[in-house]
Design a protein around this ligand. Structure first.
Ligand SMILES: Nc1ncnc2c1ncn2[C@@H]1O[C@H](COP(=O)(O)OP(=O)(O)O)[C@@H](O)[C@H]1O
Ligand SMILES: O=C(OP(=O)(O)O)[C@H](O)COP(=O)(O)O
Length: 409
């Protein structure tokens, strides 16, 4: 089944004077009230602009972080909305609640071609509720902001794997359309799952270890090589019988990693692990650190409980050579704690190899995208930078994405 596109909405009856509720992913990293990486705001801008330019009264729904279903100033959407206002050529106002008096009054007074951003939708506990009726109740209140001929556009690719009121339930209540960002992201990921040009190399890292193990299950047999770095690597190294000191480890996943290693050996898929590691005496910018072979982590001069915070130079070169030989590369998760310069080299080497390769490359994940930008790479260095980490991984796992499926219903 296919979804209705944004262009259909614009062509059908036009949107001048109509309310359009847009779900965007404005979940940006903040330092206090400063947006430190505005990639998701920039990625959301085209659809909001298209609608505003066409004269719609645009109401944007978005989340920021994971507040516990109540107002918390730390998670206000205001800094992201302010950034949107700075980038936009239309007026942006911000409501101080989700569906309360502020939102209703601001929506009622919205001029054609103007944009209202509702406060963080996760300030309302019904947004993420496991109880269908609670989510539907919120979805009805959101839909009511649009008056009789409203429409809904989902452009929040980073959140389409969430069965939430503003992502999923609302699609049953209003004529619904797929935003251009969601359409592009899905199209790109489809080429990776349906017909990747081989060799197809997948690079995984980061710290959300158990979240990402499921995707490895699905990729064994599909990818030609799986390169595992970052915090992910240590559970695999432990599964091979190595001592990993105080490095990130998920004890309950060791057996799973062992099974993956055995299965990968039978199918023609190489799981490539780091051969050396940058080991630190503590987590911090002032940590002492040294490079050790991956099977000698406990031999660090400062003791046996060191933390592996980056892949070592030999591993980085090895990973780079696989990337250089690939025709398709999907990368999710930094190779080390890139936020600290001493542990950023593995991520930099992998990013450099990817930027210089001829392969079609997709970089997925909030932190991975932020990492490549922080290290000075640009969008043009890669085939596609995805705005969704969890969402792109769940797509590659072959799971149904509720926010995409709801538009097809
Ligand atoms: N060896 C490691 N030990 C601890 N944390 C790590 C390690 N390698 C990478 N990280 C951390 O992983 C985080 C990103 O992980 P994750 O959220 O899984 O990535 P993404 O958002 O791209 O999917 C970064 O903040 C980075 O510092
Ligand atoms: O940051 C996001 O996901 P990502 O870190 O997996 O890319 C999305 O905004 C979804 O947020 P959530 O994982 O709190 O539902």
């Amino acid at each position: 089944m296919t979804s209705h596109t944004l262009d259909e909405l614009l062509a059908d009856n036009g949107v001048r004077g109509r309310y359009v509720l847009v779900r965007s992913d404005l979940n940006v990293p903040l330092d206090g009230a400063t947006v430190t990486d505005d990639g998701r705001v920039r990625a959301s801008l085209p659809v909001i602009s298209k609608l505003a330019d066409a004269g719609a009264k645009v109401i944007v729904m978005a989340h920021l972080g994971r507040p516990k279903g109540q107002f918390d100033p730390k998670y206000s959407i205001a800094p992201a909305a302010k950034r949107l206002n700075e980038l936009a050529d239309f007026d942006v106002t911000v409501a101080s609640d989700v569906v309360g008096p502020s939102a209703r009054e601001a929506a009622a007074g919205l001029a054609d071609g103007s944009v209202l951003v509702l406060e963080n939708v996760r300030f309302d506990a019904r947004e993420t509720s496991k109880i269908d009726a609670e989510r539907v109740e919120l979805a009805k209140e959101l839909a009511a902001l649009t008056g009789p001929d409203g429409a809904y556009v989902n452009d929040a690719f980073g959140a389409v794997h969430r069965k939430h009121a503003s992502v999923y339930d609302i699609a049953a209540l209003l004529p619904s359309y797929q935003g251009d960002l969601v359409a592009t992201e899905v199209q790109v990921l489809k080429t990776l799952t349906e017909a990747p040009k081989r060799p197809y190399v997948v690079v995984l890292g980061g710290s959300k270890v158990s979240d990402k193990l499921a995707v490895i299950d699905n990729l064994i047999g599909k990818a030609d090589q799986l390169l595992i770095g970052g915090g992910m690597a240590f559970t695999f190294l432990k599964a091979q019988g190595h001592n990993v000191g105080g490095s990130l480890l998920e004890e309950d996943q060791i057996a799973v990693c062992q099974e993956y290693l055995q299965r990968a050996e039978k199918l023609v898929c190489d799981i490539i692990l780091p051969v050396d590691v940058v080991v630190a005496d503590k987590f911090g910018a002032d940590a002492a650190h040294e490079v050790l072979d991956a099977d000698k982590i406990e031999e660090a001069s400062f003791g046996s409980n060191g933390l592996g915070l980056d892949i070592g130079p030999k591993s980085a070169e090895k990973f780079a050579s696989y990337i250089t030989g690939a025709n398709t590369v999907f990368w999710n998760g930094p190779m080390g704690v890139f936020e600290i310069p001493a542990f950023a080299e593995g991520t930099r080497t992998v990013a450099q190899a990817l930027a210089g390769s001829e392969a079609f490359s997709v970089v997925g994940g909030g932190d991975s995208a932020a990492a490549v930008r922080a290290l000075g790479f640009s969008e043009d260095d890669f085939g596609h930078i995805s705005t969704g980490g969890g969402a792109s991984l769940e797509y590659l796992e072959g799971k149904t994405l509720p926010g995409v499926a709801a538009l097809e219903g």
